[in-house]
Design a protein around this ligand. Structure first.
Ligand code: GUN
Length: 291
């Protein structure tokens, strides 16, 4: 049995948000960072995220501009709104909540966001800058994972990291960040042969697949750091729904050296990193020095 340390992402994010708020206060002479969040349609999970983002943006001393639009919105109208936000000097960050309704292409919409205001880090310019080692706005969830990892493993050089899931939002940028830390990175996905065996080699295991409890206890190398990005709603025994991760948490306890819980692990860090990206974007647009 390994004594597993549970990484408290909620406490980490609260402290980090406090630090961001303190920095925003020092930036006051230069203005107030502003974040525009665009929500198209009424997906309930997206509505909850957007509300939380708005609340925390204001709590950090920044301006929050919410644009709630009907599910029937045309792609041209959304692109026109983004053009307006690109030109608006009070808006330093733009986030278009995904997923978008089927008549709108996320690729075409993300492509028109000014890369300097792309606080999600989804624009190809930011993805390319990250991949080539240039300063970039980095996607929030992988950035949050990396901060939690660094808090428990300050030097990851030479460690083997396995990332399960190859999305543009999490898996691919996560692999880039781990490479920057000199990890040996394996990307596993739905076509990977013997995925359990790949996972058993991992000193660092990042689960970002969106399949409840897919990663079993015996897939985990004893002492490994396990970061669970999954947020899956499942029905429990008494018919109520609850949130679980991509890792079978109960099985992982006693095997992993470090593990993030769901909820209360990576989730709170994502919004904290969004606030940080908004502050970074503001400073870059005002030509202020980055901390
Ligand atoms: N939908 C789920 N996660 C995200 C995210 O990080 N950013 C945006 N814009 N939409 C999302």
């Amino acid at each position: 049995m390994t004594e597993s340390k549970i990484i408290d992402g909620k406490a980490f994010a609260e402290k980090f948000c406090g630090e961001i708020a303190a920095e925003v206060a020092t930036l006051k002479p230069h203005g107030t960072p502003g974040l525009a969040v665009v929500l198209v349609g009424e997906d309930p999970a997206s509505a909850v995220y957007v509300r939380n983002k708005g609340r925390q943006t204001v709590a950090a001393g920044m301006n929050s501009f919410e644009h709630r639009l009907p599910a029937s919105l045309s792609e041209d109208d959304l692109i026109a709104l983004i053009g307006q936000l690109n030109r608006d000097d009070s808006v330093h960050g733009i986030l278009v909540q995904l997923p978008l309704p089927p008549q709108i292409s996320a690729d075409r919409v993300l492509a028109v966001i000014d890369p300097a205001k792309d606080v999600d880090g989804f624009h190809v310019v930011n993805a390319g800058r990250l991949a080539t080692g240039l300063p970039a706005l980095v996607p929030c969830t992988p950035q949050g994972c990396m901060m939690l990892l660094k808090s428990v493993i300050p030097d990851m050089s030479g460690l083997k990291a396995v990332v399960i899931g190859r999305s543009n939002i999490v898996g691919k940028p996560m692999a880039q960040l781990l490479l920057q830390q000199n990890c040996t990175v394996v990307m596993a996905h739905s076509r990977t042969r013997n995925i359990a065996e790949e996972c058993r080699q991992a000193d660092i295991l990042i689960a970002a697949v969106g399949r409840p409890r897919m990663i079993r206890g015996d897939w985990i190398k004893p002492g490994a750091a396990v970061i669970d990005v999954g947020i899956n709603r499942v029905d429990n025994e008494n018919g109520k729904s609850k949130l679980v991760g991509d890792v079978a948490f109960d099985e992982a306890l006693g095997v992993a050296g470090y593990i993030t819980p769901v909820p209360g692990g990576v989730g709170p860090m994502t919004i904290a990193c969004l606030l940080q990206n908004t502050a970074i974007a503001f400073k870059a647009q005002r030509k202020l020095e980055q901390a």
